[in-house]
Design a protein around this ligand. Structure first.
Ligand code: PMM
Length: 275
């Protein structure tokens, strides 16, 4: 995986958890997980993001042994097929085991806050590290969604995480930022961050955007009775956010349905090429 890219990166989500909010349970067994990763790769995913702990708002935690037991067999199987992978974890021990088993990037939704050892593990591996904006574990997320100016605060908190990563020995050239849409954010915060993506890109690092199927889309597309649109029915809206993100300069997008998003990026590229 190259960090300096001419085309946006597409990260395909592979949640090996029984309870993720949008695809929970579907890829919990090894065969199904491997088949889904193969399919995402065939559809154009540049990297498959393997996660063993749900970050669904309100979700409880699993222990490190359970998390490792979920992801490592999948990582080993995908490694054997030459599929590029990231590990979606906040735990240094899980990241270290996943790196050892063949992942090439650490995707840490806590931006290094959840585990003080993460910086050391990433620095030792010399791998890229996605630092996502985060204020606390899923159980407490809702009460932490309090901002004056969300864009300024997220930018400042991300810079703090970059400084901590660099202090731990991580190469700044290998740090990717992520606004953490939906994490300790109400829909209005998420929309504001999405609208101000260039302010985060201006911090000087590649920016990854995870908008796929998130609750701000469910709320936007609520039915006449006020029920949010279910997660699996937010695909067209997700694709729209992908186009808007890459047009605003995002380095990559993290998505569940790879095909539609890859198609959309191709449309945007064709337009760009014809300018
Ligand atoms: N969102 C989720 C999980 N991991 N990682 C990054 N870098 N950015 C995100 O926005 C993000 C993430 C939650 O979504 P899921 O339960 O569908 O995986």
């Amino acid at each position: 995986m190259v960090l300096r890219r001419s085309t946006p990166l597409v990260m395909g989500v592979l949640n090996v958890t029984p309870d993720s909010f949008s695809d929970g349970g579907r890829y919990a067994d090894l065969e199904a997980a491997v088949a889904h990763a193969r399919q995402m790769t065939a559809e154009g995913a540049d990297i498959v993001d393997v996660g063993g702990e749900s970050t669904r708002p309100g979700a409880g935690r699993v222990d490190a042994a359970t998390e490792s037991a979920r992801v490592l067999p999948v990582i080993r199987a995908l490694r054997a097929e030459g599929i590029a992978m990231s590990i979606d974890t906040t735990r240094a021990a899980v990241a270290a085991a996943a790196l050892e088993a063949g992942v090439e990037l650490v995707n840490d939704v806590s931006g290094g806050l959840a585990d003080p050892d993460m910086g050391r593990v990433v620095a030792a591996a010399g791998c890229p590290w996605v630092l996502m904006h985060w204020r606390g574990h899923s159980r407490r997320m809702a009460e932490l969604a309090v901002y004056g100016d969300v864009v300024k605060e997220v930018a400042a908190e991300l810079i703090e995480r970059v400084d901590a990563a660099v202090a731990a020995g991580v190469d700044p050239e290998r740090i990717i930022l992520d606004p953490g849409l939906g994490f300790a954010k109400k829909p209005e915060h998420t929309w504001r961050l999405a609208a101000h993506l260039p302010d985060l890109i201006a911090l000087g690092h590649p920016v990854l955007v995870g908008s796929s199927r998130k609750s701000h889309l469910g709320r936007l597309l609520a039915d006449a009775e006020g029920h949010d649109r279910p997660a699996e029915d937010r695909e067209a809206a997700t694709v729209a956010t992908t186009v808007l993100s890459v047009a605003a300069g995002a380095w990559g997008v993290r998505v569940h349905d790879v095909r539609g998003n890859v198609d959309a990026i191709k449309v945007w590229q064709a337009m760009k090429a014809a300018e």
